[in-house]
Design a protein around this ligand. Sequence first.
Ligand code: UGA
Length: 417
Amino acid sequence: MEKGGLMRKVISVVGLGHVGLAVASGFALEGYTVIGIDNDKEKIKGISSGKSTVYEEGLDEAIKEVKIITTWDYKEILKSDVTFVCVATPSDSEGAINLRYIRESIEKIAKILKEKDDYHVIVIKSSVVPGTTEGVILPMLKKAGNFGLCVNPEFLRQGRALRDFLYPDRIIIGEYDKRSGDTIYDLYESFDCPILRTDLKTAEMIKYASNAFLATKVSFINEIGNICKKFGIDVYEVTKGMGYDKRIGDKFLNAGIGFGGPCLPKDLKALIAKSNEIEYEPRILEEVSRLNDEQPLRMIELLKKHTSLDGKTIGMLGLAFKPNTDGVSGSKAISIVEALLKEGARIKAYDPKAMPNFRKLFPQIEYTDREQVLRCDATLILTEWEEFNDLDYKGIVIDGRRITKARGARVYEGICW
Ligand code: UGA
């Protein structure tokens, strides 16, 4: 696997969640020596025994194929030349990003790098709103001595993170100075995609603008879909017709119950909060977010057209925020369960991968198999898992994800079609 010559940089990655593990495995597959660091000792044990702790396509295989040196000891970064910071930036209650993990890790890195004379570049992969690296991280690193600093945002979809890392559409390098940027540019030299070099805050904004635009596409098509529903038009045929226009394209225009996940909703809210902080009211972004909060509740309205809810058992097919992941963070299934429970309904739910994670949020609902779910008083489809196209739908089905096979049910309603 080794590429290049003797001078190859050693890379350390701090934070081994979906992103960090994909970055670590990806660089290791590219032939780099990679040191992975995480506070969570269980996670470290798992990875060193060849098992990824997150459900990601290809990651288990990659971890077995390449050796990532794993440790919880931050001092190991001294053996590397470049450190990628991939820790989480969760939201606080107002939607702004919480920099606790960033501060903790930068504090440790800065302290350790004081012991090092050789040049060392810190790369911020975690999503941080514009101005954070310059305003918060840079001052903390000043005591580190001979350092460089870059922002290199990730555009990795959960479930496909490794593939997205290895075959990116673009790489963005926000640089503190030319030397920092040159160092990171060299790491990506063999990647076959455009590489754009910017200043630090532009790179931060590219990440937020990209996620906000994707979120806007989804809320836009959901709104068109809601209008289509009133006309009796299938929004999926409308998007097909729109998508032939190259200026519009056909990607990320699947109408449904809204966008979830750990990133799109959080990043949108963080950009709104930051804009408000600098005294700009981001009206489009606020409406995108509001529409997305309301969209799943349309499932309940449609359901009520066909059955009362109090004392009824409602089946839920799909709990993950999208297929091929066990992630439930920001899943629209959460607000649907809350609404159903409030209406006095009982719930039987099935998801091929996400039941253990969803059970942590809602231990009071019943987790079962697909057939049991289909036998409920009505069934809601909330995630477009491929296997849901193999089922024999019979009773009342309200479809939030356009599963073609479900159209055979006795009563079928699509959310936007
Ligand atoms: C998203 C971005 O796609 C990545 O580029 C980005 O790096 C990542 O966030 C991040 O910031 O880390 P992800 O959250 O994994 O990736 O999921 P997506 O595939 O983007 O889907 C997000 C949500 O939008 C899902 O709930 C999905 O069901 C929904 N969606 C997506 C739609 O409702 N319609 C669509 O047409 C597409």
